[in-house]
Design a protein around this ligand. Structure first.
Ligand code: GRF
Length: 212
């Protein structure tokens, strides 16, 4: 079997996406070498602890500036050998200088069909707009807000949805499927930029799978 891709997961909250990665790819296609949080005491860190993965909180209040906090976090992630970073509910922006330290890729899961409804409150934005089709995007992170190249997307029709809870309940299983799937693709080296249009990623189908 190919070598496992060393990844670190960045979290801020409950960590259900982290759990999906622990259950779906950790010790298989990838090795979660570290979990970093923007806040102490969040449930995601308990999940890392239970799984025996090194974890640490980097609270903004503990540093003089965001840049110093991000630099300390990047140092720690590098020390643990992370090549690819996975933002799994990480609720803070990362500067370009941070992203440049992980050239193999930083990816994020977002609860909308980007480029619609970037940023905070994506589900509420979509509900307010009155859309009938919701969805999930996994994308590369660049210095913008949810503007990086898309890797995977999945849509779900919810014409009767009225509350964020209803939408979240439908989107959560999609997130928990797509984020591990994206990590598997990266571990296989199956994602590359389209030379015709670098905004578009080309995803090589798994051996034996139908190209869609
Ligand atoms: C997810 O809905 C993700 O799309 C968003 O934040 C949420 C994180 O949930 N960016 P969890 O912490 O993984 O449970």
């Amino acid at each position: 079997m190919a070598e496992r891709l060393p990844i670190a997961v960045l979290v801020s909250g409950t960590g259900t996406n982290l759990q999906a990665l622990l259950d779906g790819v950790h010790g298989r296609e990838a090795e979660i070498v570290a979990v970093a949080s923007s806040a102490a005491g969040v449930a995601a860190l308990d999940r890392a602890d239970v799984a025996g993965v090194p974890w640490r909180a980097f609270a903004r209040a503990d540093y003089d500036s965001r840049e110093l906090r991000d630099a300390a976090m990047a140092d720690w992630l590098e020390q643990h050998g992370a090549r690819v970073l996975v933002l799994a509910g990480y609720m803070q922006l990362l500067a370009a200088s941070f992203l440049e330290r992980f050239p193999a890729g930083v990816i994020n899961v977002h609860p909308s069909l980007l480029p619609s409804f970037p940023g905070l409150g994506a589900i509420e934005q979509a509900l307010d707009y009155g859309v009938k089709v919701f969805g999930v995007s996994v994308h590369f992170v660049d210095a913008g807000v949810d503007t990086g190249a898309l890797i995977l997307q999945r849509a779900v029709e919810l014409p009767g949805a009225r509350t964020p809870e209803q939408v979240l309940a439908a989107l959560r299983p999609l997130e928990h499927e797509l984020l591990p799937q994206a990590v598997r693709l990266l571990a296989r080296g199956a994602v590359r930029a389209d030379p015709q249009n670098p905004r578009r990623t080309l995803v090589d189908p798994a051996p034996g799978a139908d190209a869609r």
